[in-house]
Design a protein around this ligand. Structure first.
Ligand SMILES: C[S@@+](CC[C@H](N)C(=O)[O-])C[C@H]1O[C@@H](n2cnc3c(N)ncnc32)[C@H](O)[C@@H]1O
Length: 386
């Protein structure tokens, strides 16, 4: 018998017994609106959020690293052809692209499972959310705000018996114990020991030991990471009832939009680029920019861009010259470079893998364009990242 697999199965069942809140799902549905959208949830667990979203008509995709959690999904998702999910580590796996909405709810940000640097993992998730969204798409991020973490996490040193416990559908009963909590106010890292006691249907007992750790991120951290990833916060709530965020212990819920123009473009400082589009709000220019940003992975096709705004190629070039300040092809290259920059921020990838993840060869033509646009080689760019 694989005790760890039994434990994962047990935990999936118990999670479902304890966690069936719908308030955050209602808020999310309200923010998304009635039109069907493409939604991705990283760390979708047992489908508490995904299933009602699919039932509301949205096309949803989820990813989770825990097979015990995902095992709960098929029964709930029966008949929902607009729901798909995969078993994967969301830190390493490709989230795909072109989504209207990316969801990271239920304080998952602070509970991302990985072996190394909690803070880097949180930042990477936010960058990955930006990479998976189409320009103008939205990121729903709900995390716990801890104004006094020492009170919460040092409290874990008391034995937390009975927080999660019960029997699963195979007759396995169990209980999770957390104890020995420590919190370092300098690093903002909390650690604690945990163990799960399981009793099999035949009375055999097993103890599965583990430990927990998290970087207790601040609101400033999260706002800064969002800004760096090219998000603009449109809404911030202190609760699912849309009450304003007031710095109290509890939820910090953010609804952030991925800016239409990519960060490289905004930061390029070229006169007449993004600021110009904002100022004139020229609808065709904005639409063509959006088209290029969503088709960055494909080869540049001026006819297709022109068709997207019902123009000739010549008219398109004139439009870009007046309202964007660079040729459509250069804009397309900038989009590619920006996506490569995002991938280079993931230090789990080699430079060749970062290029390959964007469909490019690191020794190909884009390397030269990358240097022209950023003033650095990909290796120098990575070395300069904090
Ligand atoms: C608190 S649960 C939230 C589940 C669901 N989002 C909800 O709101 O009910 C956190 C989930 O994140 C998943 N998770 C944590 N780190 C992960 C990672 N690196 N890759 C994929 N899933 C991860 C866990 O397996 C767990 O199912």
């Amino acid at each position: 018998m694989d005790v760890n697999a039994v434990c994962r199965h047990w935990w999936g069942c118990i999670y479902d017994q304890y966690e069936h809140g719908t308030e955050d799902v209602k808020l999310l549905l309200d923010l998304i609106g009635p039109a069907p959208r493409n939604v991705f949830e990283a760390c979708c667990g047992t489908g508490r959020v995904l299933v009602p979203l699919a039932q509301a008509g949205h096309s949803v995709a989820g990813m989770d690293a825990d097979e015990g959690m995902l095992a709960r999904l098929p029964a709930k998702a029966e008949g929902l052809e607009n729901l798909r999910y995969s078993l994967d580590d969301a830190l390493r796996a490709d989230w795909g692209g072109g989504y209207d909405v990316v969801v990271l709810g239920d304080n998952t940000l602070m509970n991302i499972e990985h072996r190394d640097d909690d803070q880097a993992a949180q930042r990477l998730f936010i960058q990955k959310a930006a990479g998976a969204l189409k320009p103008g798409g939205h990121f729903f991020l709900a995390f716990d705000h801890y104004p006094a973490p020492e009170k919460v996490f040092i409290g874990k040193s008391k034995l937390m018996k009975g927080h999660y416990g019960g029997m699963d559908d195979m007759g396995v009963s169990g209980q999770i114990f957390n104890c020995g909590g420590l919190y370092n106010p300098v690093t903002r890292i909390a650690v604690w020991a945990s163990h799960t006691e399981l009793t099999m249907p035949d009375g055999e007992k097993h103890i599965i030991s583990g430990h927990g750790h998290k970087y207790v991120c601040t609101r400033e951290d999260v706002h800064g990471w969002l800004k760096d990833a090219g998000f603009v916060i449109e809404e911030e709530f202190g609760g699912c009832d849309r009450r304003p965020f007031a710095g109290k212990p509890g939820w910090d819920i953010l609804w952030a939009r991925k800016a239409y123009a990519n960060r490289a473009l905004r930061e390029s400082g070229l006169p007449g680029t993004w600021e110009n589009i904002q100022r004139t709000r020229h609808p065709d220019a904005a639409k063509a920019v959006e088209y290029l940003e969503s088709h960055w992975r494909e080869d540049f096709d001026p006819e297709a861009v022109a068709r997207s705004v019902n123009m000739s190629v010549r008219q398109l070039y004139n439009l870009f010259s007046h309202h964007v300040g660079m040729a459509p092809k250069a804009y397309h290259q900038k989009c590619k470079v920006e996506h490569i920059r995002e991938k280079l921020a993931d230090k789990n990838l080699t430079i060749a893998e970062a290029f390959a993840a964007c469909g490019e060869d690191s020794r190909g033509w884009l390397r030269k364009v990358f240097r022209e646009m950023t003033g650095m080689s990909p290796r120098e760019y990575r070395a300069n990242l904090k």
